[in-house]
Design a protein around this ligand. Sequence first.
Ligand SMILES: [Zn+2]
Length: 317
Amino acid sequence: MDTTSFTKKSLGIDTAEPALTPPTGKTAALPKKPKMGGGKSKKRDIPEGLWTKCPKCSTMVFDKELDENLKVCPKCGHHFPIGSRERIHSLVETCTFEEMDAKMTSADALSFTGVATYKSKLEAHQKRTSLQDAVVTGLCRIGDHRAALGVMDFSFLGGSMGAVVGEKLTRLIERATEKGLPVIIISSSGGARMYEGMFSLMQMAKTSAALAYHAQQRLPYISVLTHPTTAGVMASYASLGDLILAEPGAMIGFAGPRVIKDTTQSELPPGFQTAEFLLDHGLIDAIVGRREMKERLMEYLTFLTVRKKAAVAAASA
Ligand SMILES: [Zn+2]
């Protein structure tokens, strides 16, 4: 034991000495140095967990910090993808989310087989994400407002819209119409789910029709577009909002830029299909950061329901 500690000490001195002082033969001062170590092994604080590199500013962000910041880069404000559950948690009042149709799962009507069967893909995604499909729907309270909320999850088969996504959203909208509630749908999708063929495309008409009945009752619908919202989803309910909001930097469009470039045979303007570009060109109404989303939704809901509330108050007076 003594020998090992002695070698350690002398090693420390040996390495420190040449860098600090010229060899003057001052041996009396040397034994003091190892004392500072106190015999304790110096442990470096290695943080647990992982770091994520921001794709926009290349800063390494500690995962815990990223989670606390709702997956928004604290340096540059880049919005990382966020799961549907986390998003719901960030928007609704605690314990007010009553989920609807939580167990609804897709039937493989076409017995689709590509590289893998659709059934096996579904099972794998259900296991990996703990979700049954690409949307979570339910009634909730945001601030003082009761609302019907649907949140898509891109991690489940690219947020693709199959029969389950369409049906769950349609039921949500119909429930909102019945109860006189505003609808908020937060989209994030690669489009219709081609494993379900025609059944996935039918969802576009179905959800749009449900929204039309909802609008007939003069109830507000706020559509929130997040990165990315494209194709069949963008071509149906995502673009039908009374108010259409988007997260900063979100890619929004119908076909991909390469397809458009090839079809139109023309150069696309810079920033094409970003939320910022679409705001400038009038397709969306506002860009709202994720950290401000709840507050802004509350403001918009207050604004959009003020007449309805006044009418109810007048009728009951
Ligand atoms: Zn960043």
